[in-house]
Design a protein around this ligand. Structure first.
Ligand code: GAR
Length: 197
């Protein structure tokens, strides 16, 4: 049985799209995206999920985590992918899915990560510091924001004339959309093997 995956989103959902496209191409053979959950009812990612025929749920504050747990249980979710999910999950929540939640972060962790570093802010910080190389990281999620074990990383060159927007786009194209589906398959495969033992 394939690993049942939920993808958590908050915004545009280009990383979700990369996952959907990879699954369609047969590059996620050990996993199946069965649910997309957003903490933002207006997220375009929800439209992407609906277009792909994937069930969606919206879980907003207050009580966001309780609603999220309900939705995940209702769909027998075994693995969670944070793909541009802009809320920090509690220690309690994370302990329910040990080594079964992964996150994509748009920098080379441990640079430009942790609380306050999300979305465009990460690229603004990299440009302000003046680093010449940045990238993306996929890691397991634990109780420390962006602090879990690293699964994979990819470096991306920074150009003299970069703006946060041009840099964000290049990091997505050259790193995020490639790394996330690969990491998803690796983890979905491990979970499937564990189940079948
Ligand atoms: C992506 O760059 C993702 O790495 C980042 O937000 C963007 C979401 O874009 N995530 C974080 O900063 C998490 N700390 P998307 O909605 O188009 O995938």
């Amino acid at each position: 049985m394939k690993t049942r995956i939920a993808v958590l989103v908050s915004g545009g959902g280009t990383n979700l799209q990369a996952l959907i496209d990879a699954e369609k191409r047969g590059e996620l053979p050990d996993g199946e995206i069965v649910l997309v959950v957003s903490n933002n009812p207006d997220a375009y990612a929800l439209t992407r999920a609906r277009k792909a025929g994937i069930e969606t749920a919206v879980c907003v504050k207050p009580g966001m985590e309780g609603k999220l747990i309900e939705a995940l249980r209702a769909h027998d979710i075994e693995m969670i992918i944070l793909a541009g999910f802009m809320a920090i999950l509690s220690k309690n929540f994370v302990s329910l899915y040990p080594d079964r939640i992964i996150n994509i972060h748009p920098s080379l962790i441990p640079s430009f990560c942790g609380e306050g570093f999300y979305g465009l802010h990460v690229h603004e910080a990299a440009l302000k510091y003046g680093v010449k190389v940045t990238g993306a990281t996929v890691h397991y999620v634990n109780e420390i924001p962006d602090g879990g074990r690293i699964i994979c990383q990819k470096a991306v060159e920074i150009r003299e004339d970069d703006t946060p927007e041009t840099l964000q786009r290049r990091v997505m194209e050259q790193a995020e959309w490639i790394l996330l589906p690969r990491a998803a398959q690796t983890v979905a495969n491990r979970i499937r093997m564990e189940k079948e033992q």
